[in-house]
Design a protein around this ligand. Structure first.
Ligand code: PEP
Length: 248
């Protein structure tokens, strides 16, 4: 029904030689993955050399962020055209580190989502509650706002992915249990039904992210509404990332 998508978010890690070494390790280890999509999101500086190294491989390439304009006086930013130019087909948007360290809000993230789709990139919209919001019983309220505002202006014809990443589980070693994650994923799918109809909601991939490791991947990925993973720390080593991708 929904094809699994396992994505690696390398964050601000890997020089070019380190990136090439990691990609070579992945190419060696990833066998029999025709039934799922594998995506890596290196830092901007490594995208072009990695895209050359990926020629002939089925591993997909994505950016970790982008600005919504095509070009111009936006010092330090990267445009959708630039990501496409180096072979990206996906872009992660609204990651909690962008929201909480760099102050990105739903309005800005939505502009980026719209621009990504317009330029033929598949946005992976990240949403997730902070620990205090979960403890106050506000998880659904927070997720609903981020999903509705992040996807504003899209139609059922547009391709996008959602990543549910509880902020308290990112890089902390604390993972949501498969049941906790499933509950939020199914809530997200209900919102998608309201926004885009049942048929489209059934086709949108909703990934889980937050301390996914080879040891917990199977339990999470076997849940009915978890359609893949967005992996941070464990995507930095070929051994652990390929073990997650080939969890079954
Ligand atoms: C992430 O940054 O998207 C992430 C889920 O990180 P980690 O796997 O390290 O928790």
């Amino acid at each position: 029904m929904r094809r699994l998508l396992i994505a690696g978010n390398w964050k601000m890690n890997k020089t070019v030689p380190e990136a090439i070494e990691l990609v070579r390790g992945l190419k060696e280890r990833l066998k029999c993955v025709e039934d799922r999509d594998v995506l890596i999101c290196p830092p901007f500086t490594a995208l072009y050399p990695v895209s050359k190294e990926l020629e002939g491989s089925q591993i997909l390439l994505g950016g970790q962020n982008m600005f919504y304009e095509e070009k111009g006086a936006f010092t330090g930013e990267i445009s959708p055209l630039m990501l496409k130019d180096v072979g990206c087909s996906f872009v992660i948007l609204g990651h909690s580190e962008r929201r909480h360290i760099f102050g990105e809000d739903d309005k800005l993230i939505n502009k980026k989502v719209i621009s990504a789709v317009k330029h033929g990139l598949i946005p992976i919209l990240c949403v997730g509650e902070r620990i205090e919001e979960r403890e106050e019983g506000r998880t659904e309220e927070v997720i609903e706002k981020q999903v509705r505002e992040g996807l504003k202006g899209l139609s059922s014809k547009d391709e996008f992915v959602i990543a549910y990443e509880p902020v308290w589980a990112i890089g902390t070693g604390k993972t949501a249990t498969p049941e906790m994650a499933q509950e939020v994923h199914s809530f997200i799918r209900e919102i998608l039904k309201e926004l885009f109809g049942e048929e489209k909601a059934g086709r949108v991939r909703v990934l889980y992210g937050g301390s996914v490791k080879p040891e917990n991947a199977k339990g999470l990925l076997e849940m009915p509404d978890i359609d893949g993973a967005l992996v941070g720390g464990a995507s930095l080593k070929a051994e652990s990332f390929s073990a997650i991708v080939q969890f079954d």
